[in-house]
Design a protein around this ligand. Structure first.
Ligand code: ZN
Ligand code: ZN
Length: 392
């Protein structure tokens, strides 16, 4: 029972175990390699698909980081390879109809596997398209920037609206610390912000169990909490791109994905802090602006959600408040990686901020501290108070 808690992360694929929560969990990922030099494992991981053509997808940045090497390794080992480059210059690639359509256009009949070389958008886009065309895909991660590598949800944009339809789990994931350490510092900060967000996600989950009767798996919570501890205790090295710190960060991002895959919901990874972040992102996109990195926003939003937990402390069910550190403790944590901690730092104006506090709970139908505040009739008062504290 709960065997997964004693396993090395690279041994987790294809694990099935009876859990103390009463369910039998299965982790369906086929291949996982997180280590120095892991990129060389692409050859053995892609081997079952050698009959067909491999479509390798990257953008200008991820081509240099790992795309070229991935394609080279496959070609020298006798694979048929087709490359798809998104040349987006200085712009951020958006996972919208245009990007998804382009990937679909390049999927010839004889493609047997896609490889997404990248972090956020490339991975989400390839994940979504292959889920609809029923093709396996492998991710070669280029940055420890987000937790979506082993989740089956794909945040994409349709008619300007961001949503996370169910897609499917990757066939395999490669996290090569030699590649990850070349990631830009803002992507490392983003990954760290996304991990910090798990603190309020877990607190929100606990609240949803106690105030709304939601299901929870304690093994998954333990899995995430252990990974958080390891990541936070080595976080001081992130600024220097220390390999142990980066490996702990990538493991934490991956393990939250494992936890999500085990329970088939994103609860272990996302709570109200993600709703705030999605609200901000949609607003930026609607105004034609490049949104901040997902995890950068999540980190900032975590400070705000912790403030909600603090404000509502007296009315929360027993034990909920203790699960959430104070806003200043979250700020201290984010500063270990030099990540932004205040919405003003990331271009969110007063009105957007205030509106997001009032409306973020409508982004997805999920019980969170924001819903709790609304039910208590205190959402507006707290939103006004926090907005004044930050914007004066
Ligand atoms: Zn996230
Ligand atoms: Zn369980």
């Amino acid at each position: 029972m709960n065997e997964i808690l004693n396993m090395d992360i690279n041994a987790m694929p294809q694990t099935t175990f009876a859990c103390s929560c009463g369910k039998t969990h299965h982790f369906d990922l086929k291949g996982l390699s997180i280590r120095k030099g892991a990129i060389h494992d692409i050859v053995s991981m892609a081997k079952p698909f050698k009959e067909g053509k491999i479509l390798v997808v990257f953008d200008n940045n991820t081509y240099l980081a790992a795309g070229r090497k991935t394609a080279e390794l496959l070609k020298t080992n006798g694979f048929k390879v087709k490359e798809l480059l998104f040349d987006c210059g200085k712009d951020v690639l958006i996972p919208d109809e245009k990007t998804l359509g382009r990937i679909l256009q390049e999927q010839d009949f004889d493609v047997s596997l896609m490889i997404a070389v990248g972090s956020g958008v490339i991975n989400d886009s390839v994940k979504f398209v292959t889920s609809r065309t029923k093709l396996p895909f492998i991710v070669v991660a280029t940055a420890p920037s987000m937790d979506g590598y082993v989740s089956d949800g794909a945040p994409i944009i349709s008619a300007g609206y961001k949503y996370s339809p169910q897609a499917h789990l990757a066939y395999g994931l490669i996290g090569d610390t030699e590649i990850l350490k070349t990631a830009p510092q803002d992507l490392i900060q983003a990954g760290f912000g996304d991990v910090v967000g798990k603190i309020t996600a877990i607190a929100d989950w606990d609240l949803a169990v106690k105030a709304n009767g939601d299901y929870r798996c304690d093994t998954c919570v333990a899995l995430v909490e252990r990974a958080l501890q390891k990541c936070f205790s080595t976080a001081d090295g992130l600024k220097m791109r220390d390999e142990t710190s980066l490996c702990a960060l990538f493991e934490a991002l991956t393990l939250t994905g494992v936890a999500m895959a085990l329970v088939n919901v994103s609860r272990p990874a996302s709570g109200a802090e993600h709703m705030l972040s999605h609200y901000w992102e949609m607003d930026f996109i609607a105004r034609g602006l490049n949104p901040n990195h997902h995890g950068i926003q999540v980190g900032v939003a975590t400070v705000i959600i912790a403030r909600f937990f603090e404000e509502l402390g007296d009315t929360l069910p027993k034990g909920c408040k203790e699960l959430c550190p104070t806003p200043s403790e979250i700020v201290k944590l984010l500063k270990k990686a030099d990540a932004p901690t205040n919405p003003k730092e990331i271009g969110i104006d007063r009105e957007l901020f205030y509106q997001s506090l009032l409306n973020a709970h409508t982004v997805r139908p999920r019980y969170s501290i924001l819903q709790f505040a609304k039910e208590q009739g205190r959402l507006e008062t707290i939103a006004k108070k926090i907005t004044k504290e930050i914007y004066g």
